[in-house]
Ligand binder design. Structure first.
Ligand SMILES: NC(=O)C1=CN([C@@H]2O[C@H](COP(=O)(O)OP(=O)(O)OC[C@H]3O[C@@H](n4cnc5c(N)ncnc54)[C@H](O)[C@@H]3O)[C@@H](O)[C@H]2O)C=CC1
Ligand SMILES: O=C(CO)COP(=O)(O)O
Length: 407
């Protein structure tokens, strides 16, 4: 039996699906066949000026998210100021500033080639100028560059500004292991949530359907609906017909999942590069998921186990990264060529970053401090392979030796 709602939906969608299904970007702008919930965006009314957005970062994901945001600011002029600033770490491409290329050709030819960007996305090489008047900061840089950026922003950001971190990684320092959103909050004194999901940037940039999770907790100084950033505003900012957003509270859960799946992906790349096939890769992902959940429960007890399997950030992100992400590619290349991680990253990624290389070191340092490296054998063996030339072929024995994951 097909319900009346389903029949109506099928009738509504069938012409679109028949014509457009092979090439998803064609239907992306004509209503969404994947809509899970009714749109609430048009119902939001603001009792303040529309929010001004700045995206800090312009790499592969930084530029993609800036594109998403700039499309939505065009779409919701009652909520957002149309022009979106994107801070670009300046570099020359054939003698020309990357910012000038982005602002005239409307493509990021180095980090997101062949993708047209909205004309209301303005590249700016001056960090402080780019955040002038911004109400919402979207952080999106490889996480090794975050401390320097945050240092430059200290004292320059008003306390009522809100932020979302799209970064995948941790900050390990004096305060132990920290979520990057908490690090931003602590350093800049602003509320910060996170966006994380099964989101290979090139696919999102081509407007192929995917899901993501945004997590945000209302701050103590929340000004109220229509006056401040909340879940509805964030859904309006990030949701697109091809990029489906679910907004939740569990910032820790989605951040841990996003950071640690990059370490697991290196493990998958090693076994794939050794030619061990799908069973070995699945084994790494199973063990990895267990360690991700255990890490969360041990060090961030506020994170929810359900997040890992109910949200795009979690198992889905693990699967997509281990199938086609940069970390898996770099690790495969290491296995095949015997190059080290940094050489492989440089050779393959044209300036992009495989964040698992740094994250596995940060995780090792933290676990070592806690005398818990043995309890996370996969994370530890990945670190040993990357930094101490431990032979990849010894990976199964090392995992076995360090012991099974405790219940
Ligand atoms: N690319 C992807 O598919 C996805 C990436 N992410 C996460 O998003 C974050 C950002 O990644 P991407 O945008 O892909 O970056 P990327 O890997 O493309 O890195 C290149 C960016 O780093 C910048 N950069 C280089 N040196 C710098 C310096 N000294 N200071 C500041 N910036 C510098 C470059 O200008 C460029 O914008 C990472 O944490 C990543 O894990 C999350 C989801 C998907
Ligand atoms: O985070 C990602 C997909 O969600 C991207 O993974 P990689 O950095 O391994 O490409």
């Amino acid at each position: 039996m097909i319900s009346r709602n389903t029949t109506t939906l099928l009738k509504r969608l069938s012409p679109t699906l028949r014509i457009a299904m092979p090439n998803s970007h064609l239907y992306a702008h004509h209503g969404s066949p994947f809509k899970r919930t009714e749109s609430t965006q048009s119902l939001i009314s603001l009792n303040r000026n529309p929010f001004k957005i700045t995206v800090i970062g312009s790499g592969n994901w930084g530029t993609t998210i800036a594109k998403v945001v700039a499309e939505n600011t065009q779409h919701f002029p009652h909520l957002f100021q149309k022009d979106v600033n994107m801070w670009v770490f300046q570099e020359k491409i054939d003698g020309e500033n990357l910012t000038d290329i982005i602002n005239t050709k409307h493509q990021n030819v180095k980090y997101l080639p062949n993708i047209d960007l909205p004309e209301n996305l303005i590249a700016n090489p001056d960090l402080l100028d780019s955040i002038k008047g911004a109400d919402i900061l979207v952080f999106n840089v490889p996480h090794q560059f975050l401390p320097k950026i945050v240092e430059s922003l200290k004292g320059q950001v008003k306390p009522w500004v809100r932020a979302i971190s799209c970064l995948k990684g941790f900050e390990v320092g004096k305060k132990g292991v920290q979520l990057l959103s908490s690090y931003i909050t602590d350093e800049l004194g602003i509320q910060c949530g996170a966006l994380s999901g099964a989101n290979l940037a090139p696919e999102v940039a081509k407007e192929h359907w995917s899901e993501t999770t945004v997590a945000y907790q209302l701050p103590k100084d929340y000004k109220g609906e229509g006056l401040d950033v909340d879940h509805k505003v964030l859904k309006a900012l990030f949701h697109r017909p091809y990029f489906h957003v679910n907004v939740i509270d569990d910032v820790a859960g989605i951040s841990i999942a996003g950071a640690l799946k990059n370490v697991v992906a290196l493990g998958c790349g090693f076994v794939e590069g050794l030619g061990w096939g799908n069973n070995a890769s699945a084994a790494i992902q199973r063990i990895g998921l267990g360690e991700i959940i255990k890490f969360g429960q041990t060090f961030f007890p506020e994170s929810r186990v359900q997040t890992y399997y109910q949200e795009s950030a979690g198992v889905a992100d693990l699967i997509t990264t281990c199938s086609g992400g940069r970390n898996v590619k770099v690790a495969k290349h290491m296995a095949k060529t015997k190059k080290n991680a940094f050489e492989a990253e440089k050779e393959l990624l044209n300036g992009q970053s495989a964040q698992g290389i740094i994250t596995c070191k940060e995780v090792h340092e933290w676990l070592y401090t806690c005398e818990m490296t043995d309890e996370f054998p996969l994370f530890e063996v990945v670190y040993q392979i990357v930094y101490n030339n431990f032979p990849m072929e010894g990976l199964p024995e090392m995992i076995e030796e360090l012991g099974p994951i405790e219940e």
